[in-house]
Ligand binder design. Structure first.
Ligand code: BG6
Length: 490
C-alpha cells in the first residue's frame, strides 16, 4: 500500500476545478452577453488567429468552429455533474462566474437576474452536498464589449465596472461562499494578454506597456474586491491566482543563474508580489526598463498605492502543471511547450502528449518558495494531466497515466506540508472533461469524468466515470493517506 508520511489536515479542501467558458455552454441564453472567450476559435491555431493584426473579435462561424459556445453543456447538466463530484467526495468545487452572464455588456448599472439565478442554483447544489464553492471572479473572460469598445483592461474604467460586478456577486452570494479568487493566472498576460486582459494587437496587446497598465488596473480592482468582501463578511477569504511554472537554471553558469532569478521575478512573482505584499517590488524598475519604459509612463495614482497596501489578498492560489528551464549562453536552444509559455527542454524530465514537462518535485519547490516568500496559506487550485483518453472495448477508461501524475503531485504537496508549508487544499483541474483553454480541443482531457464529445462537437455529451474517478474517491475518503490504485475496484 502506497502511504505517505504526512497526514493531511481534516479540513483540507480536496476537490476539482473548472472555468465557465470551458464547460458551461449556453453562451447566448437567458440574457448572457458575449464574452471574449466566445471569440476564440477552436484548434491549435487559436492564438495565431487572434494575434493577427486585423483580428477585431469578429466571430466567423463559416470559417471557424467555437467549441466554447457549447462547452460540455454544464449550463443544463450542472445538477448531475455536481452529484458526481459529490460522489467522489469533493469538499470544494472551484468554478468561475461568467461576468457577461451577470453584466452582459459589463458597463450596465443593474445585473441580469437570470445569470444570478443560475449561479445561485449551482451554489445551492454544492451546499446540498457540503461542497465548499471556491469562486473565480474572472477566469479568462470578460464581457466582449469591454474589450471591443473600451480597449480591455488597459482602460482604467474597467476597475469600476469590475467593482460593480464584484459587489453584486459578494452581496448576492457572500453569505454562502467563503473563498473567492480574483483573476485566473493573472501573470499569463505576459505571453497571452488576450485571455486575462482582453488585449489583442488591434487594441494594443503587442505593446508591453499596455500589459503592465492593464495589470496595474487589475491589481487595484483586486484590492477593491478584497475590501468589498471583508466589509461584507469578515469570514470571506480572497486569493490571487498565479500560473506558477517552477523555473530552473539550465546549469551552474552564473549567467544562467541570474537569468533564472530574473525569470522567476518577472514571470512567477511580479503579480503576486504586488497582490500579496501590497506594493511594487524592488526589481520593478529593472523589469520596466527591459521593455523600454519607466514607472512614470504608467497611470498609477497615489490612492492606488495606498489601496494596494491596505487590501492585500488573504491567500495565494496557484495552478501548477509543469516546470521550465532557462538557458542564455547558447549551449542549447531545444525548446519545449508548456502551459501558455514554454522554455528550454530539461533533459531530466519526461513530457506529456502536448510536450509539457512533468515535474512533481517542481511543485514541492514551488510551494516551499512561495511560502518562504509570502507566509500566506497556499491553495493549489489547478493541477492535472491533459491526455488523449481511449474508451476500451468494455466501455471503460483506464487512465492509469492520469492517476500516476496526480498521485505524484499529491505526494509532493504532502512533502511540502511536511516541510512546513500551509496548503489549504487541492482542486484538480478539469475534474470533468472540458474544452482546452490553449487549443480549444475536447480531445485534450483532464477529467476523472469522461464526456462523450469530440473536437467537431459530435457526441452524446453523456458522462462516464474513468478509473481515476474511483481512485480520487479513495484518496479523498482516506484524506490522502491511500494513494495507491492497487486494490481499486473499477
Ligand atoms: C490553465 C487555465 O492555464 O490551465 C485553464 O487556468 C486551462 O483554464 C488549464 O484549461 C489547462 O490548460 P489547457 O490549455 O490544456 O486547457
Amino acid at each position: 500500500m502506497d502511504l505517505i508520511n504526512y497526514e493531511f489536515p481534516k479540513d483540507f479542501l480536496w476537490g476539482g476545478a473548472t472555468a465557465a467558458n470551458q464547460l458551461e455552454g449556453g453562451f447566448d441564453q437567458d440574457g448572457r452577453g458575449l464574452s471574449i472567450a466566445d471569440a476564440l476559435p477552436g484548434g491549435k491555431k487559436r492564438f495565431d488567429i487572434v494575434q493577427t493584426p486585423d483580428f477585431n473579435w469578429q466571430i466567423d462561424e463559416k470559417k471557424y468552429s467555437y467549441p466554447n459556445h457549447l462547452g460540455i453543456d454544464f449550463y443544463h447538466r450542472y445538477k448531475k455533474d455536481i452529484e458526481l463530484f459529490a460522489e467522489m467526495g469533493f469538499k470544494a468545487y472551484r468554478f468561475s462566474i461568467s461576468w457577461s452572464r451577470i453584466y452582459p455588456r459589463g458597463d450596465e448599472k443593474e445585473p441580469n437576474q437570470a445569470g444570478l439565478d443560475f449561479y445561485e442554483k449551482v451554489i445551492d447544489e454544492c451546499s446540498k452536498y457540503q461542497i465548499e464553492p471556491v469562486i473565480t471572479l474572472s477566469h479568462y473572460e470578460m464581457p466582449l464589449t469591454l474589450a471591443k469598445e473600451y480597449g480591455g483592461w488597459k482602460n482604467r474604467q474597467l476597475i469600476d465596472f469590475f467593482e460593480n460586478y464584484t459587489r453584486t456577486i459578494i452581496e448576492t452570494f457572500g453569505n454562502k461562499v467563503h473563498y473567492f479568487l480574483t483573476f485566473n493566472e493573472i501573470n499569463s498576460a505576459m505571453q497571452h494578454p488576450i485571455m486575462g486582459q482582453g488585449l489583442v494587437p488591434s487594441n494594443g496587446g503587442n505593446e508591453k506597456i499596455n500589459v503592465f497598465q492593464a495589470w496595474h488596473n487589475q491589481f487595484v480592482a483586486s484590492s477593491r474586491a478584497v475590501k468589498l468582501a471583508h466589509d461584507f463578511n469578515s469570514n470571506i477569504k480572497v486569493g490571487c491566482m498565479l500560473l506558477y511554472a517552477t523555473s530552473y537554471a539550465y546549469n551552474a553558469d552564473p549567467r544562467n543563474q541570474l537569468a533564472n532569478l530574473q525569470n522567476n521575478q518577472d514571470f512567477n512573482y511580479f503579480c503576486g508580489d504586488v497582490q500579496v505584499r501590497g506594493e511594487y517590488p524592488a526589481y520593478t524598475n529593472r523589469l520596466f526598463a527591459k521593455y523600454g519604459f519607466t514607472k512614470s509612463d504608467l497611470k498609477i495614482i497615489k490612492e492606488d498605492l495606498q489601496q494596494l497596501k491596505t487590501y492585500p489578498v488573504d491567500f495565494v492560489s496557484i495552478s501548477y502543471y509543469m516546470s521550465t528551464a532557462v538557458e542564455t549562453t547558447g549551449i542549447t536552444d531545444e525548446q519545449v511547450a508548456g502551459n501558455l509559455m514554454g522554455g528550454v527542454r530539461n533533459p531530466f524530465l519526461k513530457v506529456n502528449d502536448w510536450d509539457w514537462q512533468i515535474d512533481p518535485t517542481g511543485l514541492r519547490i514551488a510551494l516551499d518558495e512561495l511560502y518562504d516568500r509570502y507566509q500566506k496559506p497556499i491553495f493549489v487550485v489547478e493541477n492535472g494531466l491533459g491526455a488523449k483518453d481511449k474508451v476500451a472495448r468494455d466501455g471503460k477508461i483506464y487512465d492509469d497515466y492520469r492517476i500516476d501524475y496526480l498521485k505524484s503531485h499529491i505526494k509532493a504537496i504532502g512533502a511540502a506540508m511536511a516541510d512546513g508549508v500551509d496548503v489549504m487544499g487541492y482542486t484538480a483541474w478539469g475534474c470533468i472533461d472540458l474544452v482546452s483553454a490553449s487549443t480549444g480541443e475536447m480531445s485534450k482531457r483532464y477529467g476523472m469524468i469522461y464526456v462523450d464529445l469530440d473536437n467537431q462537437g459530435n457526441g452524446t455529451l453523456n458522462r462516464k466515470k474513468k478509473k481515476s474517478f474511483e481512485w480520487y474517491k479513495q484518496v479523498i475518503a482516506t484524506n490522502g493517506r491511500v494513494l495507491s490504485s492497487d486494490n481499486l475496484k473499477y
